[in-house]
Unconditional design. Structure first.
Length: 584
């Protein structure tokens, strides 16, 4: 990066951190440190919820996901509006009226301590692993930009996030996230405009969408029903509904955000704001990926985007083979650019927007010319994919621990090579801001659950507020160290945004099932739901291991199994016990 980029990056990050630390100063008790004294307005809640979800992973992996696989991933969010409605009706008033610190306190009042602790443990497990992956993302940026080893950058990034979260608590996190999302939206618009500026002058947004459509990237709605297809309309509406409902309704990193609101009304308005804005925001980020894809159709595309891996291969025994494949790919790049240009010219002729020539073509000739240009463009693209597949196999052979997925590096490669000075620093700052917001929110939730549901509940229930405040800070440090350790291995999980959602799907369905039993199956008691949850979680893991269905469906499977098993087990328990015991 240039000196200007470093100035923009450092000034943006320092300003945000100082502002958040200033707003978060003076926490004297656990209510202020973990709940921000429950005084935040709805727009704070909405932006804070979004910022906790929009980690650096979103801004690194989502454009890369769109670049490689198209818009199919967006279908994961189609269940969000319905999930938001149910949250506002049931979850929010239940949590707010009881004035709980964590969602899992509610379960002890409804069931028993064992169910509360089991559910809290599942949350700690998946959120601790997921936060580790979010810490890895900004470290990946520094490592890529500065060409330095990834391990020290992970450790440094983890230390910064820990210090920032320990000092300010929820108030600092929330106020910081408010500014973060403002800068992020401005940055996204800037990136989109810059990519359009870098495209050839005659290329419009409609041309970009035409190119992406012919390449199979505009797959935002897939109406086929296949349990093994990761992203379809049905997996998004059904599996995505259960995933979003569990994430927003039972994950303390989200619940903790709207429990800080002034009132039930403010909590609901914040969630509705998130439900309205979330899908357009994700589409905007993925559109940036499609714009980058179109840009590379007119410019030289790297055969493999992870340059650190490329350098390692070049130094190894496969170096010559790699260079041969790279040379073939570069030659094909020139053909690809010409075929894409031919397609655009044919498209403009069909639309009647081309520069007039002496030889006029009939409508049929124009359609025939477009069909031929489309076919030639697709054939060239197929050849490029074949060469790239060989490179990916070479990467896997050279490093058996790698899955060959370089989608996390697509957007970074474009930003660092093509955006002007200052804008690069702004984009890197945006990614770091997202990392700080989501990682800090995750650590804050891990600390609050550990202290409230385990430490205070089991060990020291009658200590002073200052004691619990210190315990929360030390818990934040401990979880920060754990998550940083997890980040050291996060590079092996493939596309980061997929990895986080896959990981969550192992547990979210079971956790959601427990809460739905609590809300709607009033006769089911703690013993039945506890064993139902254990059995359901075991089946979810088995279903994943044997690839019974794509990961989104695991959320539905886990939730439905908990509901069914709880009802059945409660019937069995009721029949096996004397009537006077079951009535208590």
């Amino acid at each position: 990066m240039s000196n200007v980029d470093w100035m923009v990056l450092i000034a943006t990050l320092a300003g945000i951190i100082l502002y958040g630390s200033y707003k978060g100063r003076g926490a004297r008790n656990i209510e202020g440190y973990l709940m921000a004294d429950r005084q935040l307005p709805w727009y704070h809640i909405g932006l804070s919820v979004m910022a906790t979800q929009a980690s650096a992973i979103t801004f690194i992996s989502l454009p890369g996901q769109a670049y490689t696989s198209g818009l199919g991933f967006i279908q994961i969010y189609y269940g969000l509006p319905l999930a938001t409605l149910l949250l506002c009706i049931t979850f929010v008033p239940a949590f707010r009226n009881l004035k709980v610190f964590t969602a899992y306190e509610f379960l002890q009042q409804r069931f028993d301590g064992r169910t509360r602790l089991f559910t809290a443990f599942l949350f700690l497990l998946q959120r601790g692993l997921s936060t580790g992956i979010t810490i890895y993302a900004p470290a990946l940026i520094l490592s890529t930009i500065l060409s330095i080893p990834i391990v020290p950058t992970i450790v440094i990034t983890g230390m910064v996030v820990i210090a920032y979260t320990v000092y300010g608590g929820t108030m600092a996190v929330s106020y910081t996230q408010l500014l973060q999302m403002t800068i992020i939206f401005a940055g996204l618009i800037t990136v989109g405009c810059m990519v359009m500026y870098l495209l050839p002058p005659d290329i419009k947004l409609t041309d970009v969408l035409h190119i992406a459509g012919k390449m199979g990237k505009l797959n935002a709605i897939d109406t086929s029903f296949n349990l093994h297809s990761r992203y379809t309309l049905w997996s998004g509406l059904i599996g995505g509904f259960f995933l979003q409902l569990s994430y927003l309704g039972t994950d303390q990193s989200q619940v903790g955000r709207y429990l800080t609101a002034k009132s039930i009304k403010e909590s609901r308005m914040g969630l509705i704001f998130n439900g309205i804005v979330k899908i357009p925001m994700q589409l905007l980020i993925m559109l940036c990926g499609l714009l980058v894809f179109a840009f590379y159709q007119f410019n030289t595309t790297p055969v493999y985007f992870n340059q650190q891996t490329v350098r390692a291969i070049e130094k190894g025994p496969s170096g010559n083979h790699y260079h041969q494949l790279e040379e073939a790919y570069n030659k094909l790049n020139q053909e690809k650019q010409q075929k894409t240009r031919d397609y655009i010219n044919a498209l403009h002729q069909l639309k009647g927007t081309e520069v007039p020539t002496q030889t006029a073509l009939t409508q049929a000739q124009r359609e025939e010319k477009l069909a031929k240009a489309t076919q030639e463009m697709l054939v060239t693209s197929s050849k490029a994919h074949a060469i790239r597949a060989q490179v990916v196999q070479l990467v896997k052979t050279a490093d058996p621990t790698s899955d060959g997925n370089d989608s996390n590096y697509v957007f970074l490669n474009f930003v660092t090579h093509y955006l002007p000075r200052g804008v690069v620093g702004l984009i890197i700052a945006i990614i770091f801001l997202a990392a700080m917001g989501s990682s800090a929110g995750g650590l804050n939730a891990l600390a609050s659950t550990t202290v409230i549901d385990f430490y205070k509940n089991l060990r020291n229930p009658n200590e002073s507020e200052g004691h619990y405040l210190n315990a929360s800070r030390w818990s934040t440090v401990a979880w920060g160290i754990f998550c940083t350790s997890i980040a050291l291995y996060a590079g092996r999980v493939g596309n980061l945004i997929e990895a986080v959602n896959v990981l969550g799907s192992f547990f979210y369905g079971t956790i959601l099932g427990i809460f739905l039993v609590a809300f709607y199956l009033k006769k089911v008691q703690g013993r039945a739901v506890f064993y139902a949850a254990l059995l359901a979680e075991l089946i979810v893991i088995i279903a994943w291991y044997f690839d019974v269905a794509s990961y989104l469906w695991l959320n539905t499977i886990g939730c439905v199994l908990v509901l069914i098993f709880s009802w059945v087990l409660q019937k069995i328990i009721s029949l096996s016990l004397p009537q006077q015991l079951t009535s208590h």
